[in-house]
Design a binder for this molecule. Sequence first.
Ligand SMILES: Nc1nc2c(ncn2[C@@H]2O[C@H](COP(=O)(O)OP(=O)(O)OP(=O)(O)O)[C@@H](O)[C@H]2O)c(=O)[nH]1
Length: 453
Amino acid sequence: MRGRELAPTLLRVLYLEDKRLWHSSPHLSSLPSFASKRSRHGGRRARRYSVELLDTAVDAQGLSDNDGSAQPRTVPLTIICGFLGAGKSTLVRRILTERHGYRIAVIMNEFGDTAMKLAKTINVSSPNDPTQQSEEVLELANGCLCCSIKDTGAAAIEKLMQRKGAFDHILLETTGLADPGPIASMFWQNEEFSMGLGRDIHLDGVVCVVDAVFGRQQMEEDHAADGIGESLRQIAAADVILLNKVDLVPPADADALEEMIRGVNPAASLYRTVRGEIDLKYLMGIDAYRSRQLLDETRKTITGQHGGSTHTHGHDHDHDCDNEHGHEHHRAPTHYELRGISSLQIDCPKLSAAQLDKLDEWIRTVLWEKQLPNQATGATGAGSIEVLRCKGIFVTEHGELHVLQGVRNLYEIAKVEEGEEELGLPDTGKLVLIGKGLHESVRSNLMEQLGIA
Ligand SMILES: Nc1nc2c(ncn2[C@@H]2O[C@H](COP(=O)(O)OP(=O)(O)OP(=O)(O)O)[C@@H](O)[C@H]2O)c(=O)[nH]1
Protein backbone atom coordinates (compact mmCIF):
# COMPACT_ATOMS: atom_id res chain seq x y z
CA MET A 1 0.00 0.00 0.00
CA ARG A 2 1.30 3.48 -0.82
CA GLY A 3 1.54 6.37 1.60
CA ARG A 4 -1.77 7.87 2.48
CA GLU A 5 -3.09 10.40 0.00
CA LEU A 6 -3.01 14.06 0.88
CA ALA A 7 -6.69 14.31 1.63
CA PRO A 8 -8.88 15.36 3.28
CA THR A 9 -8.09 19.00 3.25
CA LEU A 10 -9.23 21.15 6.11
CA LEU A 11 -10.52 24.59 5.49
CA ARG A 12 -10.60 26.45 8.73
CA VAL A 13 -12.19 29.78 9.31
CA LEU A 14 -10.90 31.68 12.28
CA TYR A 15 -12.07 34.96 13.60
CA LEU A 16 -10.22 37.82 15.14
CA GLU A 17 -12.46 40.17 17.01
CA ASP A 18 -12.26 43.38 18.95
CA LYS A 19 -8.56 43.87 18.58
CA ARG A 20 -7.66 41.08 20.98
CA LEU A 21 -7.27 37.43 20.71
CA TRP A 22 -7.62 34.53 22.97
CA HIS A 23 -6.06 31.20 22.32
CA SER A 24 -8.38 28.44 23.27
CA SER A 25 -5.92 25.96 21.89
CA PRO A 26 -3.62 25.11 24.75
CA HIS A 27 -1.25 23.55 22.27
CA LEU A 28 -0.68 26.74 20.39
CA SER A 29 -0.60 29.01 23.38
CA SER A 30 2.02 26.75 24.83
CA LEU A 31 4.18 26.63 21.76
CA PRO A 32 6.13 29.80 22.48
CA SER A 33 7.14 28.45 25.82
CA PHE A 34 9.08 25.51 24.53
CA ALA A 35 11.37 24.24 27.22
CA SER A 36 13.88 21.65 26.19
CA LYS A 37 14.60 21.53 22.53
CA ARG A 38 16.25 18.94 20.41
CA SER A 39 17.00 21.17 17.50
CA ARG A 40 18.81 19.85 14.51
CA HIS A 41 20.01 21.77 11.53
CA GLY A 42 22.25 19.53 9.52
CA GLY A 43 24.25 18.96 12.69
CA ARG A 44 23.94 22.49 14.03
CA ARG A 45 21.56 23.55 16.71
CA ALA A 46 18.70 25.62 15.38
CA ARG A 47 17.91 28.92 17.03
CA ARG A 48 14.97 29.33 19.28
CA TYR A 49 12.31 31.95 18.72
CA SER A 50 8.99 32.63 20.22
CA VAL A 51 5.87 34.23 18.85
CA GLU A 52 6.12 37.90 19.68
CA LEU A 53 3.16 40.05 20.42
CA LEU A 54 3.76 43.34 18.75
CA ASP A 55 1.94 46.60 19.10
CA THR A 56 2.66 47.97 15.69
CA ALA A 57 -0.18 50.12 14.54
CA VAL A 58 -1.22 49.62 10.98
CA ASP A 59 -1.76 52.70 8.93
CA ALA A 60 -5.54 52.90 9.01
CA GLN A 61 -5.59 54.09 5.45
CA GLY A 62 -3.73 51.01 4.40
CA LEU A 63 -6.40 48.56 5.50
CA SER A 64 -9.54 50.47 4.79
CA ASP A 65 -8.60 52.17 1.63
CA ASN A 66 -11.95 51.75 0.00
CA ASP A 67 -13.80 53.51 2.74
CA GLY A 68 -15.33 56.77 1.76
CA SER A 69 -15.28 56.07 -1.96
CA ALA A 70 -18.43 56.07 -4.02
CA GLN A 71 -18.06 52.30 -4.46
CA PRO A 72 -19.80 50.02 -1.94
CA ARG A 73 -17.28 48.80 0.61
CA THR A 74 -15.85 45.38 -0.07
CA VAL A 75 -13.55 43.45 2.24
CA PRO A 76 -10.02 42.93 0.92
CA LEU A 77 -8.73 39.36 0.71
CA THR A 78 -5.04 38.49 0.76
CA ILE A 79 -3.80 35.11 -0.41
CA ILE A 80 -0.78 33.85 1.52
CA CYS A 81 1.22 31.18 -0.26
CA GLY A 82 4.70 29.74 0.06
CA PHE A 83 6.37 26.37 -0.20
CA LEU A 84 6.06 23.73 2.53
CA GLY A 85 7.38 25.04 5.82
CA ALA A 86 8.36 28.50 4.55
CA GLY A 87 6.62 30.21 7.47
CA LYS A 88 3.05 30.94 6.32
CA SER A 89 1.39 29.89 9.58
CA THR A 90 4.02 31.74 11.57
CA LEU A 91 3.17 34.88 9.62
CA VAL A 92 -0.57 34.39 10.04
CA ARG A 93 -0.16 33.70 13.73
CA ARG A 94 1.87 36.84 14.10
CA ILE A 95 -0.77 38.89 12.33
CA LEU A 96 -3.43 37.44 14.60
CA THR A 97 -1.46 38.22 17.73
CA GLU A 98 -0.72 41.79 16.74
CA ARG A 99 -2.89 44.55 18.17
CA HIS A 100 -3.65 46.42 15.02
CA GLY A 101 -7.29 47.16 15.67
CA TYR A 102 -8.76 45.31 12.73
CA ARG A 103 -11.05 42.34 12.55
CA ILE A 104 -9.36 39.74 10.43
CA ALA A 105 -10.79 36.43 9.28
CA VAL A 106 -8.30 33.72 8.43
CA ILE A 107 -9.06 30.81 6.15
CA MET A 108 -6.54 28.01 6.27
CA ASN A 109 -6.32 25.36 3.62
CA GLU A 110 -4.24 22.47 4.77
CA PHE A 111 -4.06 18.77 4.46
CA GLY A 112 -3.39 16.18 7.09
CA ASP A 113 -5.35 15.93 10.27
CA THR A 114 -4.96 15.89 14.01
CA ALA A 115 -1.23 16.36 14.34
CA MET A 116 -1.12 19.16 11.84
CA LYS A 117 -4.32 20.62 13.11
CA LEU A 118 -3.08 20.67 16.67
CA ALA A 119 0.17 22.17 15.55
CA LYS A 120 -1.64 24.96 13.79
CA THR A 121 -4.86 25.54 15.64
CA ILE A 122 -5.48 29.11 16.58
CA ASN A 123 -8.75 30.13 18.13
CA VAL A 124 -9.56 33.73 18.58
CA SER A 125 -12.32 35.48 20.37
CA SER A 126 -13.48 38.58 22.11
CA PRO A 127 -12.38 38.55 25.74
CA ASN A 128 -15.61 40.40 26.56
CA ASP A 129 -17.71 37.58 25.28
CA PRO A 130 -16.02 34.18 25.38
CA THR A 131 -18.99 32.65 23.58
CA GLN A 132 -17.84 34.61 20.54
CA GLN A 133 -14.90 32.30 20.02
CA SER A 134 -15.30 30.53 16.80
CA GLU A 135 -13.58 28.07 14.60
CA GLU A 136 -14.94 26.05 11.76
CA VAL A 137 -13.46 22.98 10.21
CA LEU A 138 -14.75 22.12 6.81
CA GLU A 139 -13.55 19.15 4.86
CA LEU A 140 -12.77 19.84 1.25
CA ALA A 141 -13.23 17.01 -1.14
CA ASN A 142 -9.88 16.66 -2.78
CA GLY A 143 -7.15 18.56 -1.09
CA CYS A 144 -7.14 21.31 -3.64
CA LEU A 145 -8.58 24.65 -2.68
CA CYS A 146 -8.80 25.88 -6.24
CA CYS A 147 -11.15 22.99 -7.02
CA SER A 148 -13.47 23.70 -4.14
CA ILE A 149 -13.24 27.40 -3.38
CA LYS A 150 -16.27 27.98 -5.56
CA ASP A 151 -18.49 25.83 -3.40
CA THR A 152 -17.13 24.96 0.03
CA GLY A 153 -14.75 27.89 0.32
CA ALA A 154 -17.20 30.42 -0.98
CA ALA A 155 -19.93 29.05 1.26
CA ALA A 156 -17.65 29.38 4.28
CA ILE A 157 -16.91 32.99 3.44
CA GLU A 158 -20.58 33.72 2.86
CA LYS A 159 -21.46 32.24 6.23
CA LEU A 160 -18.70 34.24 7.80
CA MET A 161 -20.01 37.47 6.32
CA GLN A 162 -23.58 36.73 7.41
CA ARG A 163 -22.80 35.74 10.93
CA LYS A 164 -20.10 38.17 11.73
CA GLY A 165 -20.91 41.14 9.60
CA ALA A 166 -18.26 42.77 7.49
CA PHE A 167 -14.64 41.99 8.22
CA ASP A 168 -11.88 44.45 7.72
CA HIS A 169 -9.70 41.89 6.01
CA ILE A 170 -9.60 38.21 5.05
CA LEU A 171 -6.38 36.19 4.91
CA LEU A 172 -6.42 32.98 2.96
CA GLU A 173 -3.49 30.68 3.71
CA THR A 174 -2.95 28.07 1.03
CA THR A 175 -1.17 24.75 1.36
CA GLY A 176 2.55 24.66 0.73
CA LEU A 177 2.04 22.97 -2.62
CA ALA A 178 -0.77 25.12 -3.93
CA ASP A 179 -0.54 27.10 -7.10
CA PRO A 180 -2.03 30.46 -6.07
CA GLY A 181 -2.80 31.50 -9.64
CA PRO A 182 -6.05 29.55 -10.00
CA ILE A 183 -7.10 30.54 -6.50
CA ALA A 184 -6.49 34.21 -7.24
CA SER A 185 -8.46 33.97 -10.43
CA MET A 186 -11.47 32.77 -8.43
CA PHE A 187 -11.49 36.14 -6.72
CA TRP A 188 -10.61 38.31 -9.63
CA GLN A 189 -12.08 38.99 -13.04
CA ASN A 190 -14.35 36.04 -12.64
CA GLU A 191 -17.92 36.64 -13.71
CA GLU A 192 -19.44 34.20 -11.28
CA PHE A 193 -17.49 35.75 -8.44
CA SER A 194 -18.45 39.28 -9.46
CA MET A 195 -22.14 38.36 -9.34
CA GLY A 196 -21.83 36.70 -5.93
CA LEU A 197 -19.09 37.06 -3.35
CA GLY A 198 -17.48 39.80 -5.39
CA ARG A 199 -20.12 42.15 -4.01
CA ASP A 200 -18.62 41.64 -0.55
CA ILE A 201 -14.94 40.97 -1.04
CA HIS A 202 -12.17 41.90 -3.44
CA LEU A 203 -8.73 40.43 -3.99
CA ASP A 204 -6.14 42.68 -2.42
CA GLY A 205 -2.96 40.79 -3.29
CA VAL A 206 -0.91 37.59 -3.20
CA VAL A 207 1.84 37.33 -0.60
CA CYS A 208 4.44 34.60 -1.07
CA VAL A 209 6.65 33.47 1.81
CA VAL A 210 9.99 32.08 0.60
CA ASP A 211 12.22 30.00 2.86
CA ALA A 212 15.67 31.63 2.94
CA VAL A 213 17.26 28.31 3.91
CA PHE A 214 15.66 26.03 1.30
CA GLY A 215 14.25 28.47 -1.25
CA ARG A 216 17.19 28.13 -3.61
CA GLN A 217 17.03 24.33 -3.56
CA GLN A 218 13.27 24.42 -4.13
CA MET A 219 13.63 26.76 -7.10
CA GLU A 220 16.47 24.71 -8.60
CA GLU A 221 14.50 21.49 -8.24
CA ASP A 222 11.55 23.19 -9.88
CA HIS A 223 13.72 24.22 -12.81
CA ALA A 224 15.03 20.67 -13.11
CA ALA A 225 11.56 19.11 -13.05
CA ASP A 226 9.36 18.75 -16.10
CA GLY A 227 7.15 21.79 -16.27
CA ILE A 228 7.08 24.55 -13.71
CA GLY A 229 6.79 23.48 -10.10
CA GLU A 230 4.79 25.07 -7.34
CA SER A 231 7.52 27.11 -5.69
CA LEU A 232 8.19 28.94 -8.96
CA ARG A 233 4.49 29.41 -9.63
CA GLN A 234 4.05 30.83 -6.16
CA ILE A 235 6.87 33.31 -6.63
CA ALA A 236 5.63 34.22 -10.09
CA ALA A 237 2.10 34.89 -8.85
CA ALA A 238 3.14 37.07 -5.90
CA ASP A 239 2.63 40.78 -5.45
CA VAL A 240 4.68 40.74 -2.26
CA ILE A 241 7.47 38.28 -1.46
CA LEU A 242 8.76 37.73 2.05
CA LEU A 243 12.22 36.23 2.12
CA ASN A 244 11.72 34.61 5.51
CA LYS A 245 14.09 32.90 7.98
CA VAL A 246 16.94 35.25 7.08
CA ASP A 247 18.17 34.70 10.62
CA LEU A 248 19.31 31.24 9.52
CA VAL A 249 21.43 32.19 6.49
CA PRO A 250 24.46 34.39 5.88
CA PRO A 251 23.56 37.70 4.15
CA ALA A 252 25.42 36.61 0.99
CA ASP A 253 23.10 33.59 0.62
CA ALA A 254 20.07 35.81 1.08
CA ASP A 255 21.46 38.17 -1.61
CA ALA A 256 21.93 35.27 -4.04
CA LEU A 257 18.43 33.95 -3.42
CA GLU A 258 16.96 37.41 -3.77
CA GLU A 259 18.60 37.69 -7.17
CA MET A 260 17.11 34.35 -8.22
CA ILE A 261 13.68 35.46 -7.06
CA ARG A 262 14.01 38.73 -8.90
CA GLY A 263 14.82 36.74 -12.03
CA VAL A 264 11.43 35.03 -11.75
CA ASN A 265 9.38 37.98 -10.55
CA PRO A 266 11.03 41.36 -10.80
CA ALA A 267 7.73 43.18 -10.24
CA ALA A 268 6.91 42.00 -6.71
CA SER A 269 7.95 43.96 -3.64
CA LEU A 270 10.45 41.91 -1.67
CA TYR A 271 11.16 42.14 2.05
CA ARG A 272 13.44 40.08 4.28
CA THR A 273 11.81 38.81 7.43
CA VAL A 274 12.37 36.75 10.54
CA ARG A 275 9.25 34.92 11.61
CA GLY A 276 7.21 37.00 9.19
CA GLU A 277 7.83 40.19 11.09
CA ILE A 278 6.92 43.10 8.91
CA ASP A 279 4.68 46.13 9.15
CA LEU A 280 1.29 44.94 7.92
CA LYS A 281 0.86 47.93 5.65
CA TYR A 282 3.28 46.23 3.24
CA LEU A 283 1.08 43.14 3.05
CA MET A 284 -2.47 44.30 3.48
CA GLY A 285 -4.42 47.08 1.84
CA ILE A 286 -1.98 47.08 -1.08
CA ASP A 287 -4.76 46.85 -3.65
CA ALA A 288 -2.49 45.10 -6.13
CA TYR A 289 -5.34 43.78 -8.22
CA ARG A 290 -7.14 47.03 -8.75
CA SER A 291 -3.95 48.59 -10.02
CA ARG A 292 -3.34 45.51 -12.15
CA GLN A 293 -6.79 45.76 -13.53
CA LEU A 294 -6.22 49.40 -14.32
CA LEU A 295 -2.93 48.56 -15.99
CA ASP A 296 -4.58 45.81 -18.02
CA GLU A 297 -7.39 48.09 -19.07
CA THR A 298 -4.92 50.79 -20.04
CA ARG A 299 -2.85 48.31 -22.00
CA LYS A 300 -5.92 47.04 -23.80
CA THR A 301 -6.94 50.56 -24.69
CA ILE A 302 -3.49 51.40 -25.98
CA THR A 303 -2.97 48.18 -27.93
CA GLY A 304 -6.56 47.68 -28.95
CA GLN A 305 -6.54 44.16 -27.41
CA HIS A 306 -9.77 42.95 -25.93
CA GLY A 307 -9.34 39.40 -24.83
CA GLY A 308 -6.65 37.13 -23.49
CA SER A 309 -5.26 39.15 -20.65
CA THR A 310 -1.57 38.48 -20.18
CA HIS A 311 -1.67 38.44 -16.39
CA THR A 312 -0.13 35.46 -14.67
CA HIS A 313 -3.22 34.57 -12.70
CA GLY A 314 -5.10 32.70 -15.38
CA HIS A 315 -6.78 29.48 -14.40
CA ASP A 316 -4.47 27.59 -16.65
CA HIS A 317 -3.44 24.51 -14.77
CA ASP A 318 -4.22 21.23 -16.30
CA HIS A 319 -6.94 19.78 -14.19
CA ASP A 320 -10.61 20.36 -14.37
CA CYS A 321 -11.89 22.57 -11.58
CA ASP A 322 -15.41 23.00 -12.83
CA ASN A 323 -17.24 21.58 -9.87
CA GLU A 324 -19.75 24.33 -9.34
CA HIS A 325 -22.85 22.16 -9.23
CA GLY A 326 -21.37 19.79 -6.74
CA HIS A 327 -21.48 16.85 -9.12
CA GLU A 328 -18.67 14.37 -9.36
CA HIS A 329 -16.24 15.24 -12.08
CA HIS A 330 -13.51 13.11 -13.48
CA ARG A 331 -10.79 13.27 -10.89
CA ALA A 332 -7.60 14.62 -12.36
CA PRO A 333 -4.35 14.21 -10.44
CA THR A 334 -3.83 16.76 -7.68
CA HIS A 335 -0.79 19.02 -7.50
CA TYR A 336 0.74 16.61 -5.03
CA GLU A 337 0.27 13.51 -7.12
CA LEU A 338 1.75 15.21 -10.15
CA ARG A 339 4.94 15.80 -8.21
CA GLY A 340 5.02 12.26 -6.77
CA ILE A 341 4.49 13.64 -3.30
CA SER A 342 2.35 11.88 -0.73
CA SER A 343 1.80 12.09 2.99
CA LEU A 344 1.96 9.43 5.62
CA GLN A 345 0.35 9.70 9.00
CA ILE A 346 1.56 7.44 11.78
CA ASP A 347 -0.23 7.05 15.12
CA CYS A 348 2.16 6.71 18.05
CA PRO A 349 1.16 5.36 21.44
CA LYS A 350 2.42 6.96 24.63
CA LEU A 351 6.21 6.86 24.56
CA SER A 352 8.79 6.16 27.22
CA ALA A 353 11.82 8.46 27.49
CA ALA A 354 13.91 5.82 25.70
CA GLN A 355 11.36 5.60 22.90
CA LEU A 356 11.36 9.37 22.53
CA ASP A 357 15.14 9.21 22.04
CA LYS A 358 14.65 6.43 19.50
CA LEU A 359 12.09 8.53 17.70
CA ASP A 360 14.53 11.45 17.55
CA GLU A 361 17.21 9.13 16.17
CA TRP A 362 14.78 7.71 13.61
CA ILE A 363 13.73 11.15 12.39
CA ARG A 364 17.36 12.23 12.14
CA THR A 365 18.22 9.21 9.99
CA VAL A 366 15.20 9.63 7.74
CA LEU A 367 15.69 13.37 7.28
CA TRP A 368 19.47 13.48 7.02
CA GLU A 369 20.35 10.15 5.44
CA LYS A 370 17.15 9.92 3.43
CA GLN A 371 16.69 6.29 4.32
CA LEU A 372 15.15 4.09 6.96
CA PRO A 373 17.36 2.94 9.82
CA ASN A 374 18.54 -0.67 9.59
CA GLN A 375 17.08 -1.15 6.19
CA ALA A 376 19.28 -1.80 3.22
CA THR A 377 18.34 0.05 0.07
CA GLY A 378 16.73 -2.46 -2.22
CA ALA A 379 14.85 -4.26 0.52
CA THR A 380 11.12 -4.59 -0.06
CA GLY A 381 9.53 -1.18 -0.05
CA ALA A 382 12.84 0.48 0.75
CA GLY A 383 14.43 3.19 -1.27
CA SER A 384 15.27 6.82 -1.15
CA ILE A 385 13.02 8.90 1.05
CA GLU A 386 12.72 12.63 0.79
CA VAL A 387 10.81 14.32 3.57
CA LEU A 388 9.89 17.88 2.65
CA ARG A 389 7.89 18.58 5.77
CA CYS A 390 7.14 16.81 9.01
CA LYS A 391 5.02 17.69 12.00
CA GLY A 392 4.03 15.72 15.01
CA ILE A 393 2.74 15.60 18.52
CA PHE A 394 3.96 12.97 20.95
CA VAL A 395 2.75 12.09 24.42
CA THR A 396 5.02 10.45 26.95
CA GLU A 397 4.15 8.00 29.67
CA HIS A 398 4.90 10.79 32.16
CA GLY A 399 2.25 13.03 30.66
CA GLU A 400 4.59 15.26 28.70
CA LEU A 401 3.72 16.68 25.33
CA HIS A 402 6.39 17.05 22.66
CA VAL A 403 5.91 18.87 19.38
CA LEU A 404 7.89 18.13 16.23
CA GLN A 405 8.34 20.70 13.48
CA GLY A 406 10.55 19.93 10.50
CA VAL A 407 11.32 21.39 7.10
CA ARG A 408 13.59 19.18 5.00
CA ASN A 409 16.65 18.33 7.09
CA LEU A 410 15.99 21.01 9.69
CA TYR A 411 13.87 19.86 12.59
CA GLU A 412 13.22 20.28 16.24
CA ILE A 413 11.36 18.32 18.88
CA ALA A 414 10.31 20.57 21.70
CA LYS A 415 8.72 19.76 25.00
CA VAL A 416 5.71 21.89 25.79
CA GLU A 417 6.33 23.09 29.29
CA GLU A 418 3.55 25.32 30.51
CA GLY A 419 -0.04 24.55 31.28
CA GLU A 420 0.31 20.80 30.89
CA GLU A 421 -2.42 20.18 33.38
CA GLU A 422 -4.83 22.07 31.11
CA LEU A 423 -3.76 20.39 27.95
CA GLY A 424 -6.19 17.54 28.00
CA LEU A 425 -3.40 15.39 26.62
CA PRO A 426 -4.40 13.25 23.67
CA ASP A 427 -4.18 9.50 24.30
CA THR A 428 -1.92 8.98 21.35
CA GLY A 429 0.55 10.98 19.38
CA LYS A 430 0.78 11.45 15.66
CA LEU A 431 3.53 11.92 13.14
CA VAL A 432 2.80 13.38 9.72
CA LEU A 433 5.39 13.12 6.98
CA ILE A 434 5.06 14.80 3.60
CA GLY A 435 7.45 13.95 0.82
CA LYS A 436 8.52 11.27 -1.60
CA GLY A 437 9.02 7.54 -1.11
CA LEU A 438 6.71 7.39 1.90
CA HIS A 439 5.63 3.79 1.53
CA GLU A 440 3.93 1.71 4.17
CA SER A 441 7.32 0.25 5.12
CA VAL A 442 8.16 3.61 6.70
CA ARG A 443 5.42 3.10 9.27
CA SER A 444 6.47 -0.44 10.13
CA ASN A 445 10.12 0.58 10.33
CA LEU A 446 9.33 3.30 12.87
CA MET A 447 7.25 0.89 14.94
CA GLU A 448 10.13 -1.58 14.86
CA GLN A 449 12.58 1.07 16.01
CA LEU A 450 10.27 2.00 18.86
CA GLY A 451 9.92 -1.66 19.80
CA ILE A 452 6.18 -1.64 19.11
CA ALA A 453 4.85 -4.74 17.45
N1 LIG B 1 14.49 30.39 12.63
C1 LIG B 1 13.34 30.66 12.05
N2 LIG B 1 12.36 29.74 12.06
C2 LIG B 1 11.19 30.07 11.46
C3 LIG B 1 10.96 31.32 10.84
N3 LIG B 1 9.71 31.31 10.33
C4 LIG B 1 9.16 30.12 10.62
N4 LIG B 1 10.05 29.35 11.30
C5 LIG B 1 9.86 27.96 11.75
O1 LIG B 1 9.74 27.16 10.58
C6 LIG B 1 8.85 26.07 10.81
C7 LIG B 1 7.74 26.07 9.77
O2 LIG B 1 6.95 27.25 9.93
P1 LIG B 1 5.38 27.30 9.56
O3 LIG B 1 4.92 28.69 9.80
O4 LIG B 1 4.64 26.18 10.20
O5 LIG B 1 5.47 27.02 7.99
P2 LIG B 1 4.26 26.83 6.96
O6 LIG B 1 4.68 27.51 5.70
O7 LIG B 1 2.97 27.28 7.55
O8 LIG B 1 4.25 25.26 6.80
P3 LIG B 1 3.20 24.35 5.93
O9 LIG B 1 1.84 24.86 6.22
O10 LIG B 1 3.42 22.96 6.41
O11 LIG B 1 3.60 24.51 4.51
C8 LIG B 1 8.31 26.24 12.23
O12 LIG B 1 9.09 25.43 13.06
C9 LIG B 1 8.56 27.72 12.51
O13 LIG B 1 8.71 27.96 13.88
C10 LIG B 1 12.04 32.27 10.84
O14 LIG B 1 11.99 33.38 10.29
N5 LIG B 1 13.19 31.87 11.45
